[in-house]
Design a binder for this molecule. Sequence first.
Ligand SMILES: *Cc1c(COP(=O)(O)O)cnc(C)c1O
Length: 391
Amino acid sequence: MSEHKATPGFSTHAIHTGQEVDQVFGAVVPPIHFSTTYAPDGIGNLRNGYDYGRAGNPTRTALQTQLAALEGGKHAFSFGSGLAAEDAIIRGLMRPGQRIVMGNDAYGGTFRLFDKIHSAWGVSNTPLDLSDHDRVASELEDDDATLLWVETPSNPLMAVTDIAALAEMAHANSALLVVDNTFATPYLQQPLRLGADVVVHSTTKYIGGHSDVVGGAAVLGSTAAADDLAEKIAFQQFAVGAVSGPLDAYLTTRGLKTLGVRMDRHCANAQTIAEHFEGHPAIERVLYPGLASHPGHELAAAQMRSFGGMVSIQLAGGEPAARKVAEATKYFILAESLGGVESLMNYPHEMTHASVRGTELAVPENLLRLSVGIEDVADLIDDLEQSLAGL
Ligand SMILES: *Cc1c(COP(=O)(O)O)cnc(C)c1O
């Protein structure tokens, strides 16, 4: 990173940090390094610390430098997927006999990882309503509860959790706070600045931003305690090797450069759609933190720059209506995932959250989750209107 006098703004960081002009050819866009191995300058004399591709790769370093700067952190580790990043965090920072306290509306794949993989290795979990602060505090008082896992806004119910309050609660009980910042992105919310110990991302979503690369990251701050935790996650990344490949790291870096402008448009489009469809006769409820009617509106306004691009709607006609609408849109493509430039429509009950049906994390059957893209918003409104008109 170069020596800036004033702290640069978000998009300046996104475009310049970790992106120094190439020293050999002057390439403005740093080259993608595919080499798996690096020749030392004589035995033991590594050039710039690189020896082998699992341990380190300059293209991955560029992405990690960029991610750390954008989260206001010091350490970032890039992985082959969001879940690989989550796994490195849990295995790096927890031991058998310890327990994760988590929101009961976490991403389905996160719960599946904790419940089906980590619990078999002795790390248990307690899903609960994170807005019930008394319950969270009482769980954290137990010595085995060493990690609090928060996702805000949550997926797909769009619940907003008070990061600063939960950080205080976790730390009062010697527990760590991990925040999944996938929905908000560092452009809208910076959990490390609010007291979180670790931020985790599925960079597959808004950060990559174009639905063409799977990846994940863990980001940590600059305190001595964070340095210790970072060392443990670094060791997982190195010793397990679920790293992002060079092309994936490059595509993610390219996505990050435009994150700010894309998020502005995602937020504006989502706000317009949420306001337009609130009160529509076919819709029972619109869940979007940018609406004054949303229970987390004030809190989101305080801890986020804006309200994001995800909107959930509950259909008055129940499950049949939700299924029909999901299959009748033209620009909203029926597909898993979120955060790309194109609008996507998801029926969580049977798609992203099918793995949590019948558990505490089950989602309503009349709910559709919209990932509002950056198309012209009038076209998106028309698209939803015509699909609702078919009910
Ligand atoms: C997609 C997602 C994940 C998992 O990330 P992958 O890249 O699919 O492994 C975790 N958390 C949230 C909120 C997500 O949306």
